[in-house]
Ligand binder design. Structure first.
Ligand code: LLP
Length: 732
């Protein structure tokens, strides 16, 4: 089944103005190619035929069929909504800039964090799968004081006449609450009745996928309307919204029955219009969730043909350079596809082949018994109608990399997803048996917790930092409070500390620190902070204050008399004295009077990147002399002033340089992650944008030849062995 803008010229297949064989060469095979004109045409069909004068109609694209930021943009332009089924979907949609108030959140086992994301992002609807989930959602919504519109997923028990794996509405299906489970549904309604934050707008059902028969949908609509009418009378609740899910079939083979989409949509709308003529049912919005039918027949996959083989028994195979890893559907659902040879499309049919892939599975068959003309090694094979559930279900079996996805629109070709590289296969692997941990000696955790509490978010630690750190090799940190102008430092640290609960971070070790003391009224007040648990401080941020001068202050002004007293007091208290942010005069001023517990928690090498916050060779030598530590930072502007060099490779050059000057015992890491600070979300180097990617530094050090012992010192031991007595909090 050719896509909308495919054509044949000189016996060669084109999409838009491009020969498929040229696209295959340029982007590599397997290659997923979408016909943008075809998708736009489908969108129009949905929009033109799914509407009513009696209620609103909303088309929600089911992103599980295929998702990429480029497609999100097309859908957004056409005012479609999108559904999500996982944290990953929500993350991708948010990151793509898709309006989150047009997202419908699905899933039969939503994780805590998915519920939290749905609340935080403000999705349009969340489809509640079951009573337990509703109770969890209610708890979170009331804790967060966030409102959310919801639908309950109902299993109406409608036979969809499709493959057993894609039927979702048998009485034994795992999705939703049964239409017959009146007790449970009534309990759910009671939860809503008492909820200040959740509203029950209506119901959702989805009976299956690749459904050809309009009667299945009509019977779904009628059953759901009847249910809503009865249940509304029983509970005295008014339900305004009905979402009947997706499932509209597409044609895969010439002999498949064509479903007439406009007629099917009109019939559905009409069925609901008839139902609401009985005024005891008031539907204000009807929703559908097409996935396959929106993208499936506008997508094709291109492969390069390899060898042919005739077995001893006479069976003929043609091998292609992909297979079940990029299209699992034939193996999973016995799905059938049609093929052509793109570079000689109308050649007389010669022989019957099984088109098979390169995976080590006998079931790795893309098309059985395909009648194909003369075929040669290197020909481009096109498999039709692969736009839905092929890329999205693809995998790396046999270490095959996932191919690129491109969109063709006339002359224009857009890469929507790049081809994976072999590096992708390695990305999450641990190179060595032993997993290293990192002590991050600079994090703005306390400041973030405080700032979030000011906007009413009191669950920031649990919602954001815990999941991130659970998924990180960072196992210890100095968590600091930054001090802006006019700031009640004591109050802020108390609020921030009250938000921390390390129970979900077993073994995680914390030292509390202060990033600047401009708000410390007098020297003695440091005692109060010490009592609260603080064992670390920087005298300034970039500013000049009553104690010292930061890098933005006058270069001729250094440590003040008050500053000297403060350093002495910190020394008596055995606190960590952090010289980061000080100008050189203050830096050396401190070192003149103190040589104990000295660190420079976050900075890089000035000789490599001339940033005012980086340290000179002399400063490094001076730190070394007092057996102090330099914590190298991932702030991208400290790593390089050249955009293309703000990356891990260049960060590791700073490390080599610092180790050359200071030796392996006096260097550590103070990352200063800013992904969670709304002011600077993209200010760390590209390869290590947040705590979850810190392992890449360890991998990089290994690649660059650091021994395990050296890595352990730099990542953990150098800091930990010096300062472990200052750990104030440890996850049990
Ligand atoms: N809404 C819900 C709640 C769904 O579960 C699905 C599909 C859809 C909408 C979209 O259905 P569609 O319009 O695409 O048929 N991997 C299978 C299909 C699984 C469908 C899962 N849910 C396949 O390749 O055939």
């Amino acid at each position: 089944m050719r896509t909308k803008s495919m054509s044949v010229k000189d016996n060669v297949l084109y999409m838009g103005e491009h020969r498929l064989q040229d696209l295959a060469k340029e982007y590599g095979t397997p290659l997923y190619v979408y016909d943008e004109i075809g998708i736009n045409d489908k969108i129009r069909k949905f929009k033109d035929n799914f509407n009513s004068e009696k209620f609103n109609c909303e088309v929600v694209y089911a992103s599980k069929a295929f998702i990429a930021p480029y497609l999100c943009k097309i859908l957004e332009k056409n005012d479609l909504s999108i559904d999500s089924v996982s944290e990953g979907d929500l993350y991708l949609l948010k990151k793509s800039g898709f309006p989150m108030n047009k997202v419908v959140a699905h899933g039969n086992n939503k994780l805590m964090n998915e519920l939290i994301m749905a609340l935080d992002y403000g999705v349009e609807y969340l489809v509640v799968d079951n009573l337990t989930e509703l109770l969890r959602l209610e708890y979170l919504a009331s804790r967060k004081k966030k409102k959310l519109k919801t639908l309950i997923r109902i299993n109406p028990g409608i036979e969809a006449h499709t493959h057993a794996y894609i039927e979702t509405s048998l009485l034994s299906s795992k999705f939703g609450e049964s239409i017959h489970a009146t007790d449970i549904l009534e309990q759910m309604v009671e939860v809503y009745r008492n909820s200040e934050y959740l509203t029950l707008e209506g119901f959702h059902a989805h009976i299956g996928s690749q459904i050809n028969n309009p009667n299945s949908f009509i019977s779904e609509v009628k059953t759901m309307c009847q249910f809503m009418r009865d249940f509304s009378q029983k509970t005295k609740f008014e339900f305004k919204t009905l979402d009947i899910g997706g499932g509209f079939a597409i044609k895969y083979l010439d002999e498949d029955v064509e479903i007439d989409l406009p007629t099917m949509l009109n019939l559905i709308v009409k069925a609901v219009e008839e139902e609401i003529e009985d005024t005891s049912l008031k539907i204000e919005k009807l929703m559908i969730e097409p996935g396959r039918s929106l993208v499936g027949d506008s997508g094709i996959t291109l492969y390069t043909c390899g060898s042919k083989k005739t077995t001893f028994s006479g069976k003929k195979y043609i091998f292609i350079d992909g297979g079940m890893a990029d299209n699992i559907r034939p193996a999973l659902y016995q799905a059938k596809y049609s093929v052509d040879i793109a570079n000689q499309v109308n050649t007389p049919v010669k022989e019957m082949y099984d088109v098979v892939g390169k995976c080590c599975e006998s079931g790795d068959i893309i098309v059985k018994d395909a009648m194909i003309g003369e075929i040669h090694k290197g020909d481009t094979m096109v498999v039709y109608s692969t736009g839905a559930y092929c890329y999205s279900m693809s995998m790396n079996y046999n270490s095959l990399v996932r191919g690129a996805v491109i969109f063709v629109n006339g002359q224009k070709v857009t890469t929507a997803i790049r081809r994976q590289s072999f590096e992708h296969l390695f990305d999450t692997c641990v190179y060595e048996e032993k997993e290293m941990k990192i002590f991050d000696i600079h994090s703005d955790m306390l400041y973030d917790l405080y700032k979030q509490s000011l906007i009413g978010n009191n669950t920031r630690f649990l919602d954001f930092h815990v999941p991130q750190l659970q998924n990180s090799c960072i196992k210890g940190a100095i968590w600091t409070m930054y001090s802006p102008d006019d700031f009640n430092l004591l109050k802020a640290v108390k609020v921030a500390m009250s938000k921390i609960n390390l129970k979900d971070l077993p073994g995680f070790q914390v030292i509390f620190g202060l990033e600047g003391l401009r708000n410390l009224e007098k020297v003695e007040d440091i005692n109060k902070l010490y009592k609260l648990g603080f064992r670390h401080a920087m005298l300034t941020w970039n500013e000049a204050n009553k104690y010292a001068t930061g890098v933005a202050g006058d270069a001729n002004r250094g440590l003040t008399d008050e500053g000297e007293k403060l350093i002495k007091r910190m020394e008596e208290l055995d606190m960590i004295i952090d010289l980061a942010h000080l100008n050189e005069k203050s830096f050396y001023g401190v070192l003149k009077i103190s040589n104990k517990n000295i660190v420079y928690s976050h900075g890089c090498v000035k000789d490599i990147c001339n940033h005012r916050r980086n340290v000179t060779d002399d400063q490094m030598k001076a730190l070394k002399k007092v057996d102090g530590l330099l914590g190298l930072t991932l702030a991208k502007n400290f790593v390089s002033s050249i955009e293309e060099e703000k990356d891990l490779e260049h960060f590791l050059v700073h490390l080599d340089y610092a180790v050359d000057i200071m030796g392996v015992d006096n260097v550590c890491f103070g990352f200063d992650f800013m992904d969670y600070l709304s002011e600077f979300p993209n200010d760390n180097i590209v390869d290590v944008p947040n705590a979850t990617k810190a392992y890449r530094i360890i991998d990089g050090m290994r690649k660059n030849g650091y021994s395990e012992e050296e890595i352990n010192k730099i990542c953990w031991g150098n800091f930990y062995n010096r300062f472990k007595d200052k750990i104030m909090l440890k996850g049990e």
